[in-house]
Structure formats: C-alpha cells, structure tokens
Design a protein around this ligand. Structure first.
Ligand SMILES: [Ca+2]
Ligand SMILES: [Ca+2]
Ligand SMILES: [Ca+2]
Length: 187
C-alpha cells in the first residue's frame, strides 16, 4: 500500500517543482511582456510627437479615378499639427510623363489644424500600372514625406488611404486600398 503513496508523493513533489518552474517561466514572460509594452508605449509617445506634430501629410491618393484620368487624379493632404499650415510653397510629386514636383498652391492657402485639402493634378500626371512613391516637399525644399510605391489598376473610386485617418503612430506606413473618402476621414 505504501508504494502507490510514495509514487503519489513523488508525483506531488514533482508537480510542485513543475509549478515553481512554471511560475519562474511565467514571471519571465510577464516581465518580457511588460518590457515590450513599455518600449511600445514610449515609441508610441515619440511616434505621435514626431509623426503627428511636425508637418502636412499625404493622407489619400487617387491614381486611377473612374473614367478618364485627365484633370481627375488627386491627393488628399491632412494637417495633423496643432497649428495652421500655409500651402504656399509646398510641392507634391508626379510620375507621368516624366517625374517631378508641382506646386500645391500658387497663392496663400491656410489649412487649419486637423484640416484637409484636396489637390487635383492638372492634366494627366500619375502612372496607373507602374508603382511610384509620392513625395511631399516643404517650402524650404525638404522632402518631408515619401510613401511606399503605389499603383492603381482598378478604374474606379478605390484609393490608397492612410489607416487610420492621418496614420497610426505605431504603424506609420499602414495604407489600405479601399473605397475613396475624398476630403473626408479615412476609415
Ligand atoms: Ca492615372
Ligand atoms: Ca482608383
Ligand atoms: Ca480621405
């Protein structure tokens, strides 16, 4: 009768050891999770500061609108900062027939904090089937933003959009191709 009892005790002792090892393991795991959360939160803080406070951003892009593209291609710009931004002197890139930059406005045009502005490209300026990055240049000639290369072969109102609206501080380069939201929040 004692043999099964010993076996049971051994089993209990072994289980206790397992429990302790498991606790040590999960303590390490919990510490790792806490460390990751701390790093994530601190980078989120930095990201929101650097990405949403400094400059105008490209928020949505229509490369291939339904029907004829001439005078119908556009980009939606968003002012995520706390202050007004005058569009005068800002430039956006184009990809057809050559590559270069166009002035977003030839006169003073102020976008309030949180405001948007839709720039319609004059003529035919964007290649549909060949991916190109979009670049935004400030009045001092600094390229403040360069997107991933985008193309649009669906001749409809689907557009490339930052998601969520204005961009996620943790996933700055997250863009979705979805039904257009011209001059409205991307969601
Ligand atoms: Ca086009
Ligand atoms: Ca489209
Ligand atoms: Ca939009």
């Amino acid at each position: 009768m004692s043999f099964p009892l010993t076996e049971t005790l051994d089993g209990l002792q072994w289980s206790k050891g397992q429990v302790i090892r498991a606790m040590q393991h999960y303590t390490k795991f919990a510490l790792a999770v806490a460390a990751i959360l701390l790093v994530g939160l601190s980078s989120w803080g930095q990201g929101s500061e650097t990405e949403s406070a400094l400059h105008l951003v490209i928020n949505e892009i229509e490369i291939n609108p339904a029907g004829l593209d001439t005078d119908s291609e556009w980009v939606e710009l968003l002012n995520p900062t706390d202050g007004p931004i005058d569009l005068l002197g800002w430039q956006i890139s184009y990809s057809y027939r050559s590559e270069g930059f166009l002035l977003l406005s030839e006169t003073s045009h102020v976008i309030p904090p949180g405001g948007r502005y839709v720039f319609v490209y004059p003529g035919l300026r964007l290649r549909n089937a060949e991916a190109h990055a979009f670049r935004l240049m400030d009045p001092e000639g600094n390229v403040v933003e360069e997107t991933a290369p985008f193309k649009d072969e669906s001749d409809d109102d689907a557009t490339w959009q930052r998601f969520p609206d204005g961009g996620d501080p943790l996933f700055i380069d997250l863009w979705l191709f979805q039904a257009g939201s011209r001059n409205k929040s991307n969601s």
